[in-house]
Design a binder for this molecule. Sequence first.
Ligand code: ZN
Length: 135
Amino acid sequence: MAYEIHKPEEQWRAELTPQEYHVLREAGTERAFTGEYTDSKTVGVYSCRACGAELFRSETKFESHCGWPSFYDPADSSAVELLEDRSHGMVRTEVRCARCGSHLGHVFSGEGYPTPTDQRYCINSISLRLSPEES
Ligand SMILES: [Zn+2]
């Protein structure tokens, strides 16, 4: 798939911190309960930290107690790209930013959370940037 934002890896490496680069560009995972947005209840919009595309809204964030920010639905289904991920001996669904292809996290379904979609978009805080909404 060709992404709207395409940059050579050296450029991503220069623009992102080493931790951001590891998660966004090398599909790393931040340690559970360490991300700045895990328990955030701030109202606002979560955008891709690599390219700034709007990805999730705080209204769909819920407390999953899994250690990462969890959302039950993207702001727009075309904002994210879903790919089968067979790494680490599991079959999971990887979530990427549809605009730049950066890794965001994984999505899990049917876990029984009391949300409208019964899906859990388990997203690394470091892949996101929250823009608080003025109220
Ligand atoms: Zn992006």
